[in-house]
Write a protein that binds this ligand. Structure first.
Ligand code: CO
Length: 346
């Protein structure tokens, strides 16, 4: 049977979240939504414009119509990273996460066979992150999206590794998204934080898991997917191996050279160029590349999956895996549970 076509990388922004200053009892540049009209709005940070968005962010009907146009059966709906709030007090981030996670569910229950909710957690506090994850799993969330770092703590940080181990233990898929890129005068021009910063951030996160010895320690059951094709990782796998052999005094902190870990995680396909997709398939194998679009944002791919559909170097079987079969494995049993629970509520 042909697997469904699944987009593992999309975002939502809900409407109607409470005033976060009131919710947390603290002043600050909390995000709020300035509604422009029925179909468009501006995400505000304090009194500054952050990002214009439209109804594709909050309307399940609009989203489903776009999915129909693109031939997407199912979409993983993840938070938008600006709402992670890892930089704030954990208790505040936990409160905000629970509000947004509940709103994600209410959007996805509009079409549980097609919209698959991923939650967010207050990753700055391992106990709070595990607690919010567990609460969300009870409610039906299928996976979790995390930012690729918490301030100066990378993915090899003890607390974050403990959270990842908890995810492996709970059999839950983890989608890693770059965020909170360095803001310097040089990368604040054009969209350099997105065009250069994000791929470098993602590369650094994968490197931290490898050279921080995390893959040597954590359960191989941990299911990870990195956004944007894993950033610049695949391009530089040879450079990292060379450094690992030539400068063992500095970086041979993993049991094996970096390229030996390429089958411990997956990457999405939102790289636009078939030459880049080919590199991902050559590096990670077709079982480790999954359709992702970054819908509905302007740097995302429309129609979703176009680069996979255009690729002439993969077999029909590989294409099916990349369009959906791999995502079914990534999402695991929780996908079926979510769909059955929501379609046949007790
Ligand atoms: Co994204």
């Amino acid at each position: 049977m042909t697997p469904p076509v699944i987009d593992v990388h999309s975002h939502f922004v809900p409407q109607g979240w409470p005033d976060l200053a009131a919710l947390t009892g603290t002043d600050g540049e909390w995000p709020w939504l300035r509604q422009i009209n029925d179909v468009s709005a501006m995400i505000m940070l304090g009194n500054k414009d952050f990002r214009p968005i439209d109804q594709s962010c909050w309307s399940p009907e609009h989203r489903l119509a776009d999915m129909d146009v693109d031939g997407i059966d199912m979409q993983v709906v993840s938070p938008t990273p600006v709402f992670f709030h890892y930089q704030h007090a954990a208790a505040d981030a936990e409160r905000i996460a629970s509000v947004f996670n509940d709103l994600a569910l209410s959007m996805c229950v509009a079409a549980p066979s097609r919209l698959v909710p991923f939650c967010q957690v207050p990753l700055q506090d391992t106990e709070a992150a595990c607690r919010e994850l567990d609460r969300c799993l009870d409610l039906g969330h299928v996976g979790v999206e995390i930012g690729n770092h918490v301030g100066d703590r990378d993915l090899d940080d003890g607390g974050i590794v403990e959270f990842l181990q908890h995810c492996a233990h709970r059999d839950v898929a983890v989608f890693v998204h770059p965020w909170d890129m360095q803001a310097t005068p040089r990368n604040q021009r054009w969209m350099a934080q997105w065009l250069v910063g994000m791929p470098a951030e993602t590369h650094l996160s994968i490197l931290a898991l490898i050279l921080g010895g995390v893959f040597d320690r954590v359960s191989s059951d941990l299911r990870l997917c990195f956004a944007h094709g894993g950033g610049s990782f695949a391009m530089w796998s040879g450079r990292m191996d060379n450094a690992w052999s030539r400068r063992p005094d500095v970086i041979a902190t993993s049991q094996l050279p970096p390229s030996a870990y390429v089958d411990r995680f997956s990457v999405d396909s939102v790289v636009f160029d078939t030459k880049a997709l080919r590199l991902l398939v050559d590096t990670h194998g077709s079982n480790r590349v999954m359709l992702g679009s970054d819908y509905p944002y302007p740097l995302g791919e429309r129609p979703a999956g176009a680069v996979i559909n255009r690729a002439d170097f993969i077999s029909a079987t590989q294409r099916e895996s990349m369009l959906g079969g791999n995502a079914e494995v990534f999402l695991g049993a929780r996908l079926t549970t979510w769909q059955q629970q929501m379609e046949n509520p007790a």
